[in-house]
Design a protein around this ligand. Structure first.
Ligand SMILES: *Cc1c(COP(=O)(O)O)cnc(C)c1O
Length: 440
């Protein structure tokens, strides 16, 4: 984009100047409309999400066979919802902002198998591909007990097939771990941001890891190119995959059941605000879609992005989606929130979100680290930096006077997207950075 074009955008959208200046801002989406219309425009239906949910149920007996940590939940990969009253008090103090409603944490950091939100979409897509192949080769019917997927004839079939993915890390972990467990020949194309321990862990599990000096988009592009040349290779396309999206969307019915169990009402008088860390958009987009199916206009979904990588914010504000990158506005896409280090958003997701998303906001790395340390100190919950992006959501919506955010009947739910896989020594370093930041 040249200087003239940038000036034109700044005239139209003055908030962009603050984004260029890397300030923490909230953008309210003017296209946000009635949920029913947004859902019907999306081309994705409640039946599609139900189909995904039923597929995960069919695989539950297999999952609990091969991942014993899921046995207690009957092979259903789900995370707890936790009330965090001490963190709420600490946040209110830090920002001198009253939070009259309830603050909840959706702990995807504790999701079994791969410890991040990617355990939803990523694992789902691999399972769906495995089921498709097994059905095609007559190894199974949908009426069978899927524990059979652990048998050698399945592994032999999958060993002839490849799965590939491009990732900043966590998607690679989910796809890699699940594919290797089933017996697939799996390659993860990793961007420069990806952490060494993630590459090591994957290689230990027999996954081929290809490293790139470039960022996420490059790793995806190269992975896609190599996979396209091979008919036996299934490429998990983080930017365009409907299966990933559906796997994430199942979270909606799961959260609705959990809210009911907790006795938390969601209706016109009890709005639910949900804050979702956003990278390329698939995870938060799919989850937001699932939540819209459950709660309609009573849920208000906001995406949270690093000040250095607000790709979805810029893509949606301008309506340019994947035709614009953060670099066009002089931003460098450098962030310690590796799950969010994405410079160009998914247009597939952005377009679906246009009529459904309440807004986006940004958060600095310094703030994420401070909040990482704060929630460790107050609630003894350890999260990775990306997972803290949702934590200033209530401060942003209340501070910017988003209607009903200040209501005592409001529930603010922070989607904590990852953390439990981070090695302890890495986590200690994060904690120390946050401590140092908060002393500044
Ligand atoms: C991937 C990831 C996200 C964002 O998901 P996208 O699908 O890339 O938008 C958020 N938090 C964590 C920890 C992640 O790994």
């Amino acid at each position: 984009m040249n200087q003239n074009e940038i000036s034109e955008w700044l005239n139209k959208l003055p908030l962009l100047q603050q984004i260029i200046d890397k300030n923490e801002v909230l953008w309210v989406n003017p296209l946000n409309g009635h949920s029913d219309e947004g859902i019907s425009q999306s081309g994705i239906t409640a039946a599609d999400v139900k189909d995904a949910s039923e597929r995960l149920r069919r695989f539950a007996s297999y999952i609990q066979t091969v991942f014993p940590e899921t046995r207690e939940a009957g092979g259903i990969i789900e995370s707890p919802v936790t009330e965090i009253p001490k963190m709420k008090t600490a946040l209110a103090d830090k920002y001198a902002t009253d939070i009259p409603g309830t603050l909840l944490l959706k702990q995807d950091n504790a999701l079994p198998i791969s410890g991040s939100i990617k355990a939803r979409g990523g694992i789902y897509e691999v399972l769906k591909h495995a089921e498709t192949l097994a059905l095609l080769h007559g190894l199974i019917t949908t009426e069978d007990d899927y524990a059979k997927f652990a048998e050698p004839e399945f592994r032999n079939l999958f060993a002839k097939h490849k799965i590939a993915v491009g990732s900043t890390g966590n998607l690679g972990l989910s796809i890699g771990i699940m594919s290797a467990q089933l017996g697939f020949n799996v390659t993860v194309h990793m961007s420069a941001d990806a952490k060494q321990w993630k590459k090591d862990l994957l290689r230990e599990k027999g996954v081929t890891v290809v490293e790139y000096a470039d960022d996420y988009s490059k790793a995806v592009e190269e992975g896609r190119r190599q996979a396209d040349a091979d008919p036996l290779c299934h490429f998990v396309d983080d930017e365009n995959s409907i299966d990933l999206f559906l796997g994430y969307a199942v979270a909606g019915e799961r959260l609705a059941a959990q809210m009911e169990k907790l006795g938390k009402t969601v209706d016109a008088d009890h709005p639910l605000f949900v804050y979702l860390p956003c990278g390329v958009g698939g995870g938060p987009g799919g989850v937001a879609f699932g939540l819209k199916l459950q709660f309609g206009d009573n849920v208000h979904c906001f995406f949270a992005e690093p000040t250095h990588a607000p790709c979805m914010t810029i893509g949606m504000m301008t309506g340019l989606h994947d035709q614009v990158s953060v670099a066009d506005f002089g931003l460098d896409n450098h962030t310690a929130a590796d799950g969010l280090a994405v410079g160009t958003p998914s247009a597939f997701v952005g377009k679906k979100m246009e009529p459904l998303l309440a807004g986006c906001y940004t958060i600095s790395d310094e703030t994420m680290f401070e909040l990482l340390t704060l929630i460790a100190d107050t609630e003894e919950i350890r999260l990775e930096p990306s997972a803290l992006a949702g934590m200033t959501g209530a401060i942003q919506t209340i501070g910017n006077e988003v209607p009903s955010a200040h209501s005592p009947n409001a529930t603010h739910l922070v989607w904590a997207t990852g953390g439990s896989m981070v090695p302890e020594n890495e986590m200690d370093i994060y904690y120390g950075i946050g401590k140092a930041e908060s002393r500044k």
